[in-house]
Design a protein around this ligand. Structure first.
Ligand code: NDP
Ligand SMILES: CCCCCCCCCCCCCCCC(=O)OCC(=O)COP(=O)(O)O
Length: 312
């Protein structure tokens, strides 16, 4: 009979532990993947940009989608594109539903939530993605513009979340995702309305996470850096008119498809807070906390250099 040496036992144990760990990870991944099949996923701002790409990846993962936006025609076009793109795929997919509303009309949100719940009787994942940006000097910005950006980016998602929350509490499960921004963590010049709305978003959803965990509800705040979408074109200026320019920062930003994949991953992993940005914005976030005086100096110098906001 062969004698098993001490070293042999150790190697066998190590091999068994590594094998066990890998199997555990694999099972976890398979479970997370399966969790989205047939899950009801609501996406706001699904007509373009990041929302449209999120629609694509969650549709591909087999979710039952409720796509939201203000323009029925554009949303229907997204629905048709999704159906065509997955026609020959093996994965079982569902024809998405649509609900049309303006997020800034917060009074309507209880009715909107009813319409959303009528689609499939429940909501498993709410992705608060819709949003608008702003470019302007505070001195030239009407208060109504500060308020309007806040209505769309902050009160809209808050109202929709609060209208859908009781159904998630009743079912004792749910996941609320919000697309914030790096500008929810640091404030840069000529973005007052936008940065303020995203800071408020971060704070509200951090409070929510702590309060609803006991009901089995997860909250994920995602803070991307620049993404190649129409955000800058659709941004409003200090007098409420459309900015209408594709900024270089936006044009050279991340591919929205990659960001949508990261959103899918964050939902599968039930991540709490995800920053999707390069080294400089990430360093700036740390600098704001660890050495605020230097951060403020850098922002003042940036403000002096960029005093013509249309040239950002
Ligand atoms: N692009 C970027 O660099 C970054 C974007 N983000 C965030 O990503 C999110 C998506 O923006 P993005 O895809 O880039 O920009 P887009 O302008 O391409 O998309 C914005 C979406 O929001 C919807 N929307 C805007 N206002 C309203 C409203 N009042 N009611 C309902 N829907 C509305 C639009 O729908 P409609 O068809 O009705 O106009 C559109 O689908 C935003 O929250 C943004 O702040 C975060 C970091 C970086
Ligand atoms: C230890 C060294 C630290 C060096 C820090 C230098 C400071 C550099 C400042 C970097 C600022 C980054 C801003 C990033 C902004 C951003 O990514 O915003 C994402 C958006 O939401 C875009 O919206 P917008 O409407 O502004 O296009």
């Amino acid at each position: 009979m062969e004698r098993v040496t001490g070293g042999g036992v150790q190697s066998a144990l190590l091999l068994a532990s590594v094998g066990g760990f890998l199997l555990y990870r694999l099972l976890g991944r398979l479970r997370a993947k399966a969790a989205l099949q047939d899950a009801v996923v609501v996406i706001t701002g699904a007509s373009s940009g990041l929302g449209k790409e999120c629609a694509r990846v969650f549709h591909g993962a087999g979710a039952r989608l409720v796509l939201c936006g203000r323009d029925a025609g554009r949303l229907q076009q997204v629905v048709e594109e999704l159906i065509t793109s997955t026609r020959d795929k093996k994965q079982q997919t569902h024809v998405p539903s649509t609900v049309i509303f303006d997020l800034s009309d917060t009074q309507l949100m209880d009715r909107v939530a009813e319409d959303i719940l009528k689609c499939y009787g429940r909501v498993d994942v709410l992705i608060n993605n819709a949003g608008i940006s702003y470019r302007g000097n505070i001195l030239d910005t009407q208060l109504s513009v500060q308020r309007d950006v806040m209505e769309t980016n902050y009160f809209g998602p808050v109202a929709l979340t609060q209208a859908l929350l009781p159904s998630m509490v009743r079912q004792h499960t749910g996941h609320i995702v919000v697309i914030s921004s790096v500008q929810g963590k640091i404030a840069i010049p000529y973005r007052s309305a936008y940065a303020a709305s995203k800071h408020a978003t971060q704070a509200y959803f951090d409070c929510l996470r702590a309060e609803v965990e006991r009901y089995g509800i997860f909250v994920t705040v995602i803070s991307p850096g620049y993404i190649r979408t129409n955000l800058s074109v659709n941004a409003v200026t200090g007098d409420g008119s459309k900015y209408g320019v594709v900024d270089t920062t936006t044009a050279t930003g991340r591919d929205p498809k990659d960001v949508a994949q990261a959103v899918l991953k964050a939902v599968r992993h039930k991540s709490k807070d995800v920053v999707l940005a390069g080294p400089l914005p990430t360093a700036a976030i740390y600098l704001r906390t660890l050495w605020p005086a230097l951060f403020f100096k850098l922002m003042s110098s940036r403000a002096r250099k960029e005093h013509k906001p249309k040239n950002t």
